[in-house]
Design a protein around this ligand. Structure first.
Ligand SMILES: Nc1ncnc2c1ncn2[C@@H]1O[C@H](COP(=O)(O)OP(=O)(O)OP(=O)(O)O)[C@@H](O)[C@H]1O
Length: 287
């Protein structure tokens, strides 16, 4: 069993770049299912961290712990240095926003503008401030043209953009996205991928991404966490994690396509795997 670190005692925790620290011995759902056990997870400032794991490995359960939607059955969560419990969790939306996998779980107001203004109004902004925050967020994701539309009638890709805007309008430090590119065509998936990168680069927001798309994770993540059986079983740079075939197999995953191509090329040319490219650009340079 992993040793549980008390974050207050943990020297690393006092470093300013750590925004979230989860030390969760267990999360047990009411029906007795185990969502998380022996899990330690951190989010640092200005990073994209990808949670990669098979179906049912615990990625969504972990995401929902980031902003107090779920609390550990046993263990602690610290967000921006504050311990989260049933009384402090209600303020977490100021810091951590979650974009759900199904946009329909998030969108409910009569118009897109109302929907995106809802969060800022709820945080106490007046209508003018909330309008400004909503419009700024909608412009950032290229969805300002939808302001008068009924959210329910938008396409899947448009709903995803509006969902991200709704979270961005609250100006969080961290945004967690559950399968942000699932069910999208390649063009819309690319738009969302670019937005995620811009949120980090231009807005200084840390991103936590739960995804089955290992190619996406390889392209944009600074850090990969492999999730299995409710635990983070390994973490590291994409180039280290995605060339660890045994680890990926153990987690029920397959290497990203770029890794498969590079390995096949190395085998074909009878050369050693050395450079570990994880993006097309790196692959081209490595040849
Ligand atoms: N509301 C719930 N009630 C009971 N058990 C749940 C609930 N939500 C998740 N679980 C269980 O917790 C475990 C982790 O599920 P979770 O949804 O977090 O996995 P996941 O990695 O996000 O899966 P997927 O990739 O399929 O979305 C699974 O065994 C699942 O059956």
């Amino acid at each position: 069993m992993k040793k549980h670190i008390d974050p207050v005692q943990n020297h690393a925790f006092s470093e300013p770049h750590e925004l979230i620290h989860i030390d969760c011995a267990s999360h047990v759902y009411p029906d007795g299912s185990i969502g998380i056990h022996d899990l330690c997870f951190r989010v640092k400032e200005n990073e994209i961290v990808a949670l990669c794991g098979a179906n049912g490995s615990g990625k969504s359960t972990l995401l929902e712990h980031l902003n107090g939607l779920l609390l550990p059955s046993k263990g602690n969560i610290y967000v921006m240095g504050e311990k989260i419990d049933s009384t402090t969790k209600k303020d977490l939306w100021k810091h951590v926003g979650i974009v759900f996998q199904k946009s329909d779980d998030q969108l409910f107001a009569p118009t897109v503008l109302d929907d995106v203004m809802f969060g800022p109004l709820n945080l106490g902004m007046n209508r003018g401030e909330a309008w400004n925050a909503a419009m700024e967020a909608l412009r950032a994701v290229g969805a300002e043209k939808f302001i008068n539309k009924i959210p329910n009638y938008l396409s899947g890709g448009q709903k995803r953009l509006v969902s991200i805007a709704g979270i961005l309008a609250m100006k969080p430090k961290i945004i967690a996205l559950d399968e942000p590119t699932s069910d999208l065509d390649p063009k819309h998936a690319e738009i969302i991928e670019n937005i995620i990168c811009e949120l980090k680069e231009n807005h200084g927001i840390s991103i936590v991404l739960a995804t089955h798309d290992l190619d996406l994770a390889a392209r944009i993540a600074d850090r990969i966490c492999i999730v299995k059986g409710g635990s983070v079983i390994a973490e590291g740079r994409p180039s280290d994690i995605f060339y660890n075939v045994d680890l990926l197999e153990d987690a029920g995953l397959k290497e990203p396509k770029i890794v498969q191509v590079y390995e096949a090329l190395c085998e074909f040319k009878k050369i050693e795997i050395k450079r570990k490219p994880v993006t097309v650009e790196e692959l081209v340079k490595s040849l």
